[in-house]
Ligand binder design. Structure first.
Ligand SMILES: Nc1ncnc2c1ncn2[C@@H]1O[C@H](COP(=O)(O)OP(=O)(O)OP(=O)(O)O)[C@@H](O)[C@H]1O
Length: 324
């Protein structure tokens, strides 16, 4: 557990009613996930509380008891323990992540938000095994990534981690079906036709499997990218601004698809986003500022997320400039 961390007090968490229908969860999809109050966190109830400075909207600091839900727990699919990532040398050192502890339970959907430069990409890269932290540990399904060689880490990423980025990164000369099955073929596995059909149907592209990416809309191409990420049945799907290149309507389709993979297939999803509406599809939002986890919001609404981000941005600016 990291030492005391600043947590932002950013207004009421439940002042705005939910602005989207939440699908009923299949019992199998939520196996292992536990409800903690109103938050689906997939973790054990918090065991440790800590005293931390809380910054009010006006910039003043006071001490309150903070209940922390992100501690180390063996049931987490992804667990970060006191993760640090420093860039640069001694004199130019930047702490992109400064002691982050967070857990992500099975069949949970978490949005990661924070001002520009707060460490979101670094967080995602370290959590997904794309980058090695300079301190602390990251576990995926209980496996400490720090204990793996590069070859082992690559294999774990290929088999247990799915990625979706803002850019769809499809191979233009391959059909939808061949793009989707590529990760399996790269891993030397023969794609099972029934599985491929199922994944393509899941993303609504069963009829388009022979098409080339250029023959699809942006939203459909992102669906192909999601199918490609899901085809290995990964333990966790990491999404980095997956709707950043899509119009509002298409973005909602894609977010609904991610939500459905959690509710109906028990997928664990961790998504970095700047968009409060996108974040409102998640079970909870965790907020980063200055490389630290500074708060979380269960059952987020777009309005509540936007309100917190406004305060967080103002606080980050005051911290950076030293003007309060
Ligand atoms: N390769 C690097 N070398 C040096 N500093 C870096 C490097 N990558 C990130 N940083 C610094 O680490 C901090 C966190 O960066 P990161 O990209 O994780 O933030 P972010 O929240 O994803 O930002 P944004 O929302 O603007 O994409 C920033 O101060 C950034 O300048």
């Amino acid at each position: 557990m990291a030492g005391p961390r600043a947590r932002l007090h950013l207004g009421s968490e439940r002042s705005v009613t939910q602005n989207r229908p939440r699908p009923v969860r299949a019992a199998s999809a939520t196996a292992g996930a536990e409800r903690l109050g109103s938050a689906v966190v997939g973790l054990a109830p918090p065991r440790i509380s800590w005293f931390a400075p809380v910054f009010s909207g006006g910039g003043g600091a006071r001490l309150v008891l903070v209940r922390h839900t992100n501690e180390n727990h063996p049931s987490a699919v992804v667990q970060l323990n006191d993760v640090r990532r420093t860039y640069g040398g001694k004199r130019t050192s930047v702490a992109a992540l400064d002691g982050v502890t967070a857990g992500f339970g099975r069949a949970s959907f978490t949005a990661v938000m924070g001002p520009s430069g707060s460490g979101k990409s670094t967080f995602l890269h370290c959590a997904a095994g794309l980058d090695r932290p300079t301190g602390g540990s990251v576990l995926i399904e209980g496996q400490d990534l720090g204990e793996l060689s590069e070859v082992e880490l690559t294999r774990l990423r290929r088999e247990r981690v799915g990625f979706v980025f803002q850019a769809f990164n499809l191979l233009p000369a391959l059909t939808v079906q061949d793009n989707v099955t590529l990760p399996l073929r790269l891993a030397g596995r023969r794609p099972k036709p029934a599985l491929v059909r199922q994944v393509l149907d899941q993303v609504g592209l069963g009829e388009r499997r022979k098409h080339l990416p250029a023959e699809l809309s942006g939203g459909q191409q992102q669906r192909v990218a999601i199918a490609r990420a899901l085809v290995t049945r990964p333990a966790v799907l990491f999404a980095d601004e997956p709707t950043g290149a899509l119009d509002t309507h298409t973005a909602r389709d894609v977010l609904g698809l991610l939500r459905g993979s959690v509710d109906h297939a028990g997928q664990t999803v961790v998504m970095v986003t700047h968009d409060p509406v996108a974040a409102s599809y998640a079970d909870r939002v965790v907020f980063l500022a200055d490389g630290r986890l500074v708060g979380e919001l269960p059952n987020p609404t777009a309005e509540a997320v936007a309100e917190r981000m406004t305060h967080l941005g103002a606080w980050a600016e005051r911290t950076a400039t030293g003007v309060y």
